[in-house]
Every structure is written in C-alpha cells, then in structure tokens.
Ligand binder design. Structure first.
Ligand code: PEP
Ligand code: CO
Length: 456
C-alpha cells in the first residue's frame, strides 16, 4: 500500500458510503468538468492552517471548529452565511479574551454537503428509495426524482462552496472580523445567562483591552491583523475529492483544494478502506473522527499510515465518544499516542456521541451532556499529560430549537418551534456563545495549562 499512491489509487480499495449513479458516463463527464475548475482554496492557506493546527496540538493555540451538520444549497444566502461567520467570530473573541490563548477558526462550511447514512435506503409506507446523502448527492423530498443521485449536484455544490467562501473572504476583508464591529458585541443573550455578571465582566474587559491596544498603537488594532478563517468538511465522496485534488506548481505533492481541512468520518476510517488510502496521499492537514470503538493499536496503525513522518499539524484527532463513554474510552487512546510519541492535535467533538431521540422521535442532544464530554476530555488530557487542542461543534447562528438546555432553557417540548436540521441537531446562537464562555473559563483553569514537556 505504501508508495504507489495516486489521486485515484483509492479505487483499488473497498469504499464505504459511496453513491451509486445510474449513468456512469454522466458522472465521468461531470467529474471532468469539475477537475478543470479553479480551486476553492490554495495550498498556501492549507499549509498555514497546518502550522496553526500544530500550535494547537502543543497548547499554544486553541482550535474552534464548527458549523452545520449538513450545509444545504438553500442556505447559500448572504444573511445565513453572515450569521454563521458571526457566531464563530464571537465565540473565538470570547475564547481569546477569556483565556488569553490564540484561536484557529475552522468552519464546517463551504463544502459540508455530503452525509454518511446508517442505511443506504429509506422505506415509507411500503415505498423504498435511496437515502438522502446530502445536497452533494440528492434531495430530501421523498420522491424517486429527488432521491436519485444526480451528478449535476457535484457541480452545484462546488459552485456554492466557491460562492460561500467568496462571501466569507469579502466579509472578513471588509472588517467583519474587526473587534470594533458592533456585531461582535451583540450579546443580548447574556441577560438570560445563569451567571450574567461574570459574562458582562468578561465583555467589559474585552472592550477595555481593545481600547487599550488602540491607544497603544495609535490606530485600530484590527488594521494590524487579518482574521484567518478556514474551511472544513467530511471528505466522504471520493470522486468529488479526487476531482479537486491537484499538484500545485512549485509544491511537492498533491493537495485536495476543495477545502483546507478535510476529515475522515467515523464510518469510513477503516485502515484497509478507500478513504484512508485517499487521505494518506494528500498534503492537507486532515481530521480523523475517533469514536468509542477505536482501540489503541488500531489508532497507532492508522497514524503510521496517515502520518508516517509525524509531521506536526498533519493530524487532528477528533474524539467523539459520548459523555457516558469518554472517561473510559478516551484515556487509553491518549495514553497510547503519548507513549508512542506520535505528534497529533487532539480535539473534542462532544456532539456526535450524545445524540438521542425524544419520545416523539425528534433527534436532539442535551447541552449538559455536551459540556460534560468537554469537561471529561480536559480532565483526561490533564491526567495523561497531554493537551486538548480544540473543540468541534455543530452549531448555527440562527435561533433554532434543536438542542435542549443551556441558559435559554429550551426543553424537549420547545423543539418543534424552530427545528430546521435535516440531519443532526445544532447549538443555536445563544447556546454556542454560552459554550464558548464556559470553555474559555476552563482554558484559564491552572489544571488545564499545557505542560512544556507535553508533545502529544
Ligand atoms: C458529522 O460530523 O456530521 C458526522 C457524521 O460525524 P461522525 O463521522 O463522527 O459520526
Ligand atoms: Co453531524
């Protein structure tokens, strides 16, 4: 398996979660069109992100990764994109000012259009159709036409990803990430929070720091610093990822330029599988979801395949154990990685192991379970002498009602009022900001300071 990698060598390996298209010629001609389009990101940005992720792995930065479970084509609208960016920037401002640590911001955005499914088909009233696999593949409506995997969606997804990132870049270059911008300080939700005084004090000290720095440098601090913002998505649909993979001039090797940080999902991380084969050959930093069935030997073997030279920043391990399992399943993995002196950036996804269904069948998660998994993860890393380098959330800037709990006091009975997600439930704006405050507090906790000896 070792040296004969090409962008298409994954085709020799069993691929889970792939799509069956009924017209292979149509698929091939679409992929050829895709491959000729300009990239969505550049290898320079990708390498810069890798450097920042390496810093997060050592505790010199903190990774904030978040966005929709499933981006939808209909949400490619200015106000929606603007709110997604706003909530991530607000969270990052809270983390920076609350903890003093630098932050690397990565959206699940501009390409998070493919979803793994537990069943390939769905049956309703005796009718069986292909499962919905994200807008990259088909549509949610339960009709044969909507559920047919249609290759034209690949081009549409690529185009919408490009439009999304174009708008994000314009907002950022126009000062949207500026800490003076009123958007950053719109914190009405604080009134409802359980500890409003503490939050208000933090916001006031953020304002004071900005005024102080402005005074020191004699002009707005925002003029000195660009806000970096990166994109990520699950690299699930390998034909699509391959079409966006190229060998940029003046670089060694291949980059998947559909996104900065592609990740391997929990269902496709098997070591002999096509996804691992594809990912091992690209030069991007990559994420790997690590669920409760992962064993230490398997993880070490995977790291050997994906990052044999231990390049810092190359691998972000995104643990998603669930609040009930994390204390048992995470320590052996963190310990094994530390003992083997493998260089990784550890991140906690406290969302995907904490999903449950209410009595009426609505998919939700509890704010308290999410926080409990983050807390346990901090403790595990502190115990082992390792570093929790970041967090991964499903969240939105909208006021949806998909997750119960938090200071906004959502209950299961409220879920129906603004539930939008077709796949997994997300933290709403207030819940996401509250989570950022709670994490900032933990990042300041003396127990969770990176030890200089910790490299894991
Ligand atoms: C996801 O991140 O939306 C997802 C499907 O996660 P996982 O692969 O961890 O289940
Ligand atoms: Co999800």
């Amino acid at each position: 398996m070792q040296n004969d990698w090409t962008p298409s060598s994954w085709k020799r390996f069993p691929a889970r979660q792939q799509v069956h298209y009924d017209d292979p010629a149509e698929l091939e001609s679409t992929l050829a069109k895709l491959a000729r389009l300009p990239p969505i990101v550049t290898s320079w940005e990708v390498e810069k992100l890798k450097t920042q992720l390496a810093e997060a792995g050592r505790g010199e930065r903190f990774l904030l990764q978040g966005g929709d479970c499933n981006e939808r084509f209909v949400d490619c609208q200015s106000n929606r994109i603007d709110k997604k960016l706003k909530v991530l920037l607000q969270m990052s401002a809270v983390l920076i000012y609350g903890s003093g640590r630098r932050v690397v911001r990565v959206g699940r955005i501009a390409g998070q259009y493919a979803k793994p499914r537990s069943e390939p088909t769905e049956t309703r009233d005796g009718v069986t159709l292909p499962a919905y696999r994200g807008d990259l593949v088909n549509r949610t409506e339960f009709t044969a036409a909507a559920r047919r995997p249609d290759p034209s969606n690949l081009l549409e997804a690529y185009g919408r990803s490009a439009m999304t990132i174009n708008f994000v870049r314009s907002l950022l270059s126009g000062g949207f990430g500026d800490v003076h911008h009123p958007e950053v300080w719109d914190l009405q939700w604080v009134e409802k929070a359980s500890e409003p005084d503490e939050y208000r004090a933090l916001v006031e000290s953020m304002r004071a720091s900005v005024r102080f720095l402005d005074a020191m440098v004699g002009r707005p601090v925002s003029e000195l610093a660009n806000v970096d913002f990166y994109t990520s998505h699950e690299g699930l649909h390998l034909d699509y990822e391959q079409a966006a993979t190229e060998h940029p001039p003046l670089r060694e090797g291949y980059y998947d330029l559909s996104t900065h940080l592609p990740w391997i999902g929990e269902r496709t991380r098997d070591i002999g599988g096509a996804h691992v084969e594809f990912f091992r050959g690209i030069r991007n930093p990559i994420g790997v979801k690590v669920g409760p069935t992962m064993e230490p030997e398997e993880l070490l073997a995977l790291l050997q395949v994906l990052n044999p030279d231990d390049e810092p920043g190359r691998i972000t391990l995104i643990a998603r154990m669930g609040a009930k399992k994390v204390a048992e399943r995470l320590p052996p993995l963190v310990e094994a990685v530390r003992r083997a002196e493998r260089v990784v950036t550890w991140c906690s996804d406290p969302m995907h192991g904490n999903t449950y269904k209410t009595a009426d069948g609505t998919k939700t998660r509890r704010f308290d379970d999410i926080l409990a998994e983050v807390d346990q993860s901090f403790l595990v890393h502190a115990d082992v002498g390792s570093v929790l380098g970041g967090v991964h959330f499903e969240l939105t800037g909208e006021n949806v009602t998909e997750i119960v709990g938090g200071s906004c006091g959502l209950t299961e009975a409220d879920l129906g009022s603004a539930y939008e997600s077709d796949v997994d439930p997300r933290l709403n704006h207030a819940q996401a900001l509250e989570m950022a405050f709670l994490i900032a507090r933990r990042l300041k906790d003396p127990r969770f300071q990176p030890r200089s000896a910790a490299v894991g």
